[in-house]
Design a protein around this ligand. Structure first.
Ligand SMILES: [Mg+2]
Length: 161
């Protein structure tokens, strides 16, 4: 029940065509360590291009982040994606709000994030397809380190990038 539906090394490795084939039209995307490194201040070219291409192909997106800094809205504005900061994942409320904003059926929404116990779990609780990425950077909030420890225990089969 807990495992993601799919693993990828990073967001830019998720082909839009494949998401379309699976019927997805909406994406709920995490910020820290999914779109950009925890301490980075600028998006990498690949992820900028990936989001641009998603817009072009008509995907609806919402950024859902547990981070509370102005950085979240700044990056979301740069990407022209609405955002929900302070989401308190794994509580499902942020994802539920994002689903409402997307205004799409459950079967057409995928969640992408780097953490099993926040992104994947909150997506699963809402009955959504989940994609787990490798974290961009190792450094993260202290609580995240605790989650990572349990992730390693839960995911011994996680393939090496
Ligand atoms: Mg994250």
């Amino acid at each position: 029940m807990l495992g993601p539906d799919r693993y990828v090394t990073r967001l830019a490795d998720v082909p839009h065509e494949h998401l379309e084939e699976l019927g997805f039209r909406g994406l709920i995307v995490d910020l820290d360590n999914t779109l950009m490194g925890f301490r980075q201040t600028e998006l990498c070219v690949d992820h900028l291009a990936w989001c641009e291409r998603a817009h072009e192909r008509g995907f609806k997106m919402v950024m859902v982040s547990n981070n509370f800094t102005a950085r979240v809205t700044g990056i979301a504005n740069q990407l022209r994606i609405p955002c929900i900061p302070n989401a308190l994942k794994p509580l499902p409320f942020g994802v539920m709000r994002a689903m409402k904003m997307l205004d799409l059926p459950r079967s057409q929404i995928a969640v992408v994030g780097d953490q099993l116990f926040t992104d994947v779990l909150s997506g699963k609780m809402c009955g959504l397809y989940t994609i787990l990425t490798e974290p961009i950077e190792a450094k993260d909030f202290p609580i995240t380190k605790v989650f990572r420890f349990f992730e390693k225990l839960m995911l011994p089969e996680r393939p090496a990038p």
